[in-house]
Design a protein around this ligand. Sequence first.
Ligand code: FAD
Length: 340
Amino acid sequence: MQRVKTDVVIVGAGPVGLFAVFELGLYDLKCHLIDILDRPGGQCAELYPEKPIYDIPAWPVISGHDLTEKLLQQIEPFHPTFHFNRMVTSLERLDGGGYLVTTDEGEEFECKVVVIAAGGGSFQPKRPPVPGIEAYEGTSVFYSVRRMEEFRDRDVLIVGGGDSALDWTLNLQPIVRSLTLVHRRDQFRAAPDSVAKMTALRDAGKITFQMGQVTSIIGRDGVMQGAIVKGPDGAVEVTADRMLPFFGLTMKLGPIANWGLNLHENLIPVDTARFETSEPGIFAIGDINWYAGKLKLILSGFHEAALMTQAAKRIVHPDDRVVFQYTTSSTDLQKKLGVG
Ligand code: FAD
């Protein structure tokens, strides 16, 4: 297989990896992005494509899907190359400088700089302890809502007491046939506003709240008809053909743990001037990194991408002067963007 040569390999095509292409592109650095998902957007695409985000600067409200689309539009002038459905398995320092990045498909990328924008790593939903639930996964049981339409006119059972369970109760209620929320307690770990709205729906008879735990699924051949919920007053049968358990995500760092980088509780410590890891030329931005005061917000990752780029440029083109310019006034940057 032919070895790809590029300036920068970005591990992860989540929002932060995507924006890094823009910042690196302004400084003439060419990028290849690799992601185990089958499309760009990371958590925004996989976990909450239709949910509104309210804290992206200058976008009072934008969905995870639309944010991804806007980022793709913004980086178009830099023609990044995407490699989906493959996992980066190893990073190896090359004798002459730079790194060799290898995927589980056996591809090799030679680059001067590696940017790890791997979010929570290979994030996987926690499976609730319901016997035989595996047989219903992907047909009746889902751990995320990719398209709300798939739940239209369905009898939906949502299990959990956190933000995801409550948010999806509120978002799906208007389009489903019936909705039952199951949680083991009458108290919730969700935003108070969401809890208040859910309680109002329950009091109005628009959803059913059942305290207890799902102990078994009724159905066959992956087609669910209901579930047994055991609560303080005994067992009840709930009619449902779709179940959404929200028991949180297990963040699995995956192969990154074997790349010889210093780690802090499965996150990669970086300095806050360059966002470089313990290995020179390997940077970590977005949810995957750690430093004092870190906030796992998309806007933090965008800032980190801008500062990382200044350092990456000096590694890839050590003889070039790094000139700070505004996109509003630099004809050079506007030419790169194909505007003006
Ligand atoms: P991610 O989005 O996690 O993307 C990382 C990508 O790396 C993934 O696609 C993964 O597949 C890939 N990857 C990992 N390891 C490998 C490997 N070895 N090989 C190949 N690919 C790999 N943030 C906000 O700012 N505002 C909000 O309102 C907000 N709401 C949220 C709501 C929910 C329900 C959730 C779950 C998160 C929310 N967040 C919000 C957090 C936000 O989504 C994250 O901060 C953001 O996605 C981090 O972006 P990232 O690019 O660093 O990582």
